[in-house]
Design a protein around this ligand. Structure first.
Ligand SMILES: NC(=O)c1ccc[n+]([C@@H]2O[C@H](COP(=O)([O-])OP(=O)(O)OC[C@H]3O[C@@H](n4cnc5c(N)ncnc54)[C@H](O)[C@@H]3O)[C@@H](O)[C@H]2O)c1
Length: 325
């Protein structure tokens, strides 16, 4: 797969059967979209490893899946720690009988840590530190949101590319914890390999209530842009999901206010459909799908495209959260 494929016709069905037996790794899989993806990939017959900092919820979901005869493994994983993610990727390879990794969805995210920067926009609501010249300097901004939403994704991509490049392993027993370190050059394989980024419409348009969140989601989109034309030569497809507001734990404390201000929510099931299509369909590379209240659409986020800005204008995401009291 070289280059960017043409805009998607999302009214056509795609064949998800090829994911049966594939190795899938999802971060932030204990809740919300990640948990829905774990269930969907598991039901489609994949070997799904998912990492999260929420151990109880992760173990519960693993039990739910295995009790249905589905193949899922939870691992504690803090995406902000490279060693933690590295161990989770190794666990994902170990979980697959042939130590195979095909699909990575760096989904973990948080929506906190941006309040201090809000004083830039709304000093009446988020008072800045004292402007007395003798006062101490203001506190350093809290960058936790960037650590999870952007740095964690960079770690995921780096590890995904490393493990995608490993030569195919012969089938080994799943109990073999230490994989041999291959010595030959990276193999180029026709096996389906994909990274599906989870950005947001906040990666396309202004969301003044979430300055760092938005910065991170633009950054994820930057990773997508920087990779999508170039890693196809190694058989890796790179695509992106950009949901509008969805009902998950992330939006729980603003849901009433969002709905009260007329925001229509996107459906989690539409986001799952989009991720499955982008991750599984071997003909799709370099596409970004928006999940909006009226369904999914290809954003035409291409060098020559203007579809993303049209979508942003039509829904007018940017003013909504800003107006919430
Ligand atoms: N809900 C929305 O409206 C919306 C809209 C656009 C994009 N998104 C994106 O969708 C993705 C999933 O979010 P969600 O809506 O399902 O929210 P969620 O809160 O239900 O799920 C996020 C998951 O990430 C996990 N997580 C947080 N920090 C982590 C860390 N350091 N290491 C590992 N896991 C960590 C959480 O424990 C949680 O399970 C996020 O990337 C989010 O930014 C959500």
């Amino acid at each position: 797969m070289d280059g960017i494929s043409p805009p998607l016709d999302l009214s056509t069905a795609f064949d998800a059967s090829s994911v049966r037996g594939a190795g899938v790794f999802i971060t932030g899989g204990a809740s919300g979209l990640g948990a829905a993806l774990v269930r969907a990939f598991g039901k489609a017959g994949a070997y799904v490893t998912f990492g999260d900092v929420q151990v109880d919820a992760g173990q519960l979901l693993e039990r739910e899946m295995t009790s249905q005869g589905l193949r899922a493994r939870f691992v504690h994983c803090d995406v902000t720690s490279f060693p933690s993610q590295s161990a989770a990727f190794r666990a994902a390879l170990d979980f697959h009988p042939a130590h195979q990794l095909n699909i990575v969805v760096p989904n973990a995210g948080v929506a906190t840590g941006h309040e201090q920067l809000l004083s830039v926009f709304r000093p009446e609501r988020f008072p800045p530190a004292s402007l007395d010249t003798d006062a101490l300097p203001p506190p350093c901004p809290d960058l936790a949101s960037l650590q999870v939403n952007l740095i964690g994704v960079i770690y995921s991509v780096s590890l995904a590319m490393h493990y995608f490049r490993l030569p195919e392993m012969q089938t080994q027993t799943q109990t073999q914890m230490q994989m041999p370190i291959p010595t030959q050059a990276p193999s180029r394989t026709s096996t389906n390999k994909a990274i599906t980024f989870v950005s947001s419409m906040a990666g396309y348009t202004a969301l003044p209530g979430g300055t760092l969140y938005m910065t991170a989601k633009f950054g994820v989109r930057g990773l997508f842009h920087s990779m999508r034309k170039y890693v196809g030569a190694e058989g890796v497809r790179v695509n992106l999901l950009a949901p509008g507001y969805m009902e998950t734990a992330m939006t729980a404390n603003v849901l009433t206010a969002l709905q009260g201000s007329g925001v229509q929510l996107a459906k989690l099931s539409d986001a799952v459909d989009a991720v499955l299509r982008l991750s599984i369909d071997p003909s799709v590379n370099g596409r970004a799908i928006c999940v909006g209240a009226s369904g999914n659409r290809d954003l035409c986020d291409d060098p020559e495209g203007i579809g993303a800005s049209l979508e942003a204008d039509s829904v007018n995401y940017d003013h909504r959260l800003f107006r919430l009291e």
